[in-house]
Design a protein. Sequence first.
Length: 451
Amino acid sequence: MNTSVPMITIGDLVEQKEAKIQTGPFGTQLKASEYVDCGIPVINVRNVGFGDIRDADLEFITNAKAEKLNAHRLQKGDIVFGRKGAVERHALIGAKQDGWVQGSDCLRLRLNGTTICGRYASYYLRTRAHQDWMQALCSFGATMASLNHDIVKRIAIPLPSRTTQRKIAAILTAYDDLIEVNKRRIALLEKMAEELYREWFVRLRFPGYQDTRFVKGVPEGWPFDVGAVFFDHIKGKSYASHEISDEDGACFFITLKSFHRRGGYRKEGLKYFSGSYKEGQCVEAGDVVMAVTDMTQDRAVVGEVARIPNLYGKKAVISLDVIRLMPKKMSTTFLYSYMRYSGFANYIKEFANGANVLHLKPDLIGKQKLLFPPADLRDKFSNLVEPFYQEIDALEEANGVLTKTRDLLLPRLISGKLSVEDLDIQFPPSMQEDTPAAPAEQEASPETRYA
């Protein structure tokens, strides 16, 4: 850290009335039974990322309930911390999340922006030095790392001039904006693939359906046989706790944490594995994996599938909680689409049993009688959809490069090793409302924009 840059603590800001810390609602104020299928999102600890919101597994409350929790409503610029088990993470609230509600297992920091720019503070909180400090302090003498008001007040942030803070935030935000654009494109491509599957094989408006004879609602002649005719499976690797880690290791490890609730790949859940394994337990980009264990109470993961993304040349091993599905008579693209969108997951997960942890016997999956479209339709669908997934992989790879570059710049900018004092920086679109006089600019790579 550049010693010429002064430091200020969150506690100092609280004393100066420039910051407030708010605990989430008590359990009596917000009960699990009050969650609904749609409404006002609640940010719980699992939704807190590294500066961002993980919105795939959000829970919701009604507008009326949110009004009763008005003290816990979030505003753009708020910083949300997880109180238990995720103390090194935080989320910066953006315009999209304005009006959402903080969950019971979160702390909220609200800065008034006079001394510390919220975006700049968020980027400081992403540095490895700060995360290691938080982990060490919050884990001392505890089984699970825990965060409270006193610890948040002890956080010390470098305090360059406000102009410098905003320049640093602008450079890093440019990368995040491009990453977010790519994420939206990925979501659109995934939705297009899903909608095409549902149109053809759920609503049964496939090419030539007008000339097809239907018997009891099913197209005549479509293959109907046990799953083992269409695919095989391989079980994952059993492991000891000391063989997995969050730190970069020998190979990636695909576990239950790699699945979103209700299916799809969750990259935040990726672990690293240092143990031995068989080649058959490895997966690569495009492979289909299924969760066969579940620790959620509502069977939200078991029976769900994920598609392995671009792994940048690294191997990935699947854990014993996961199986790899290998198609026999179709592409992996079609098998993934079938397992993800046909409703099969909702059917097969009912076979899982167990008291605290649900287990699904992999052999049962291949014994189920399944209806598949004929080979020509499967191939036609795959030929249309495969380019979507190729584009998704390319966008994921681009985001990997952007993320790596941003993370290399982050500590050097925060420490002052890379000076921004003499740079004439135009603020990216997402910061325009904070800088009304700044001219608009066309999208460009961060390297070009800040060269």
